[in-house]
Design a protein around this ligand. Structure first.
Ligand SMILES: Cc1ncc(COP(=O)(O)O)c(C=O)c1O
Length: 370
């Protein structure tokens, strides 16, 4: 039984190096403190059309963009409801891809998993073989781009090229923990639906889910007689086309923060941001090889989350606690009970730089006596 614990407001500020949420610029936080306005006012149309069109520009996509109050999880559910009649193929390689499969099962779909050992990456040739040899028609292939539990970056571009050979199969990508920090050409690689959460590499407060939708995915939903209500592509996109707003009341303050942060993101650019994240990932990997090892299969390491194998047997939980107390920096243990002490994770995403990541690795070296 959970009991009430008073929120005192009296907490030391911690620098976040977890796989989300990530630190948010002060002026982006401040952007949220405007007096409230109505979600059907002209001002809302100004705000919502700005953030939607800026996001399209940032991502360089001609696909539609939906920005909805909720978190990325919303689009596991909505994309399944909108696109899957019967069969969905979900390659699983960690906790989040497994959860995608669970969500689809919960919604009554027939889910076929293509199971990989945790730490391994999904291989395009396996997807091709499954699609070629199966006697089932898959409505959707659903792939996680960045498996946050294992720090694996899956080759969604090549997988998209394979799925493109099956025109009645839609390709759905969970880019929750990579979008904004790892370049992906959505239109070039047949990605029908790609979604992310605001609190990861976008470095915004949590509370918004971002989703791109291809014309084909939109049309497919139009032809079907069942779809998510809240996350229905047609409902969201048609409302935007007619009114430039969302179909229901959104988290306006977070959208104000989004507007501010997206200006910074446009300045840096999709590729520029990706390059900065690549440098952080490279630095962290080199550091990991010097003291430990990397957990993911070589060549598939994430650009936003380093999952480091604890080859030295350090006390992961104890180190995290001490680094937090002594340096006010927080990083993550491994995912779940299996990887908890066997690995630890550093989120190098959002506004971080090689310099700020180095501050953390110096702190870990000090505390763990490396
Ligand atoms: C890869 C991945 N997918 C989905 C989710 C769920 O996102 P949210 O908590 O924003 O709903 C997460 C959260 O960490 C994630 O890392």
């Amino acid at each position: 039984m959970t009991e009430k614990r008073e929120y005192t407001g009296d907490y030391p500020e911690k620098k976040l190096y977890i796989p989300g949420p990530t630190g948010v610029r002060d002026d982006v936080i401040e952007a949220m403190s405007e007096p409230m306005f109505g979600h059907r006012m002209d001002r809302m149309t100004d705000l919502y059309t700005t953030i939607v069109e800026d996001t399209k520009e940032f991502l360089g996509t001609d696909n539609d963009v939906i920005i909805l109050t909720g978190s990325g999880t919303e689009f596991w559910e909505a994309s399944t409801l909108n696109l899957v009649d019967e069969n969905i193929l979900v390659p699983t390689c960690g906790s989040f891809s497994e959860r995608h499969a669970n969500v689809a099962e919960r919604l009554g779909k027939n889910v076929d998993r293509l199971e990989y050992e945790w730490g391994q990456a999904i291989k395009p040739e396996d997807i091709r073989e499954t699609l070629e040899s199966s006697d089932k028609h898959y409505d959707v292939v659903a792939t996680v781009m960045n498996e946050s539990s294992t720090g694996v970056r899956n080759p969604v571009e090549e997988i998209g090229d394979v799925v493109a050979e099956y025109p009645d199969t839609y390709f759905v990508v969970d880019a929750v923990s990579s979008l904004g920090g790892d370049y992906v050409d959505i239109d070039e690689h047949n990605i029908d639906v790609l979604f992310a959460s605001s609190q990861k590499a976008f470095a915004m407060p949590p509370g918004l889910a971002i989703c791109t939708v291809s014309e084909d995915a939109y049309q497919r939903e139009v032809e079907k007689d069942s779809a998510s209500w809240y996350g229905g592509f047609q409902r969201c996109i048609d409302y935007y086309d007619r009114k430039g707003q969302t179909h229901s009341t959104p988290a306006i303050p977070i959208m104000l923060a989004y507007r501010k942060q997206m200006k910074y993101m446009l300045e840096e650019g999709h590729e520029g941001r990706s390059e900065r994240h690549r440098e952080m990932a490279e630095y962290t990997r080199d550091w990991a090889y010097e003291h430990f090892d990397m957990f993911p299969e070589e060549g598939y390491e994430s650009q936003t989350v380093a999952c480091i194998e604890n080859t030295q047997g350090i006390d992961v939980a104890g180190t995290i606690e001490e680094v937090s107390e002594k340096y006010d920096m927080v990083f993550s243990n491994g995912y779940g009970s299996t990887l908890g002490e066997k690995t630890f994770r550093i989120g190098h995403m959002g506004e971080h730089t090689v310099e700020s990541i180095k501050e953390l690795t110096d702190a870990i070296e000090d505390v763990a006596d490396l």
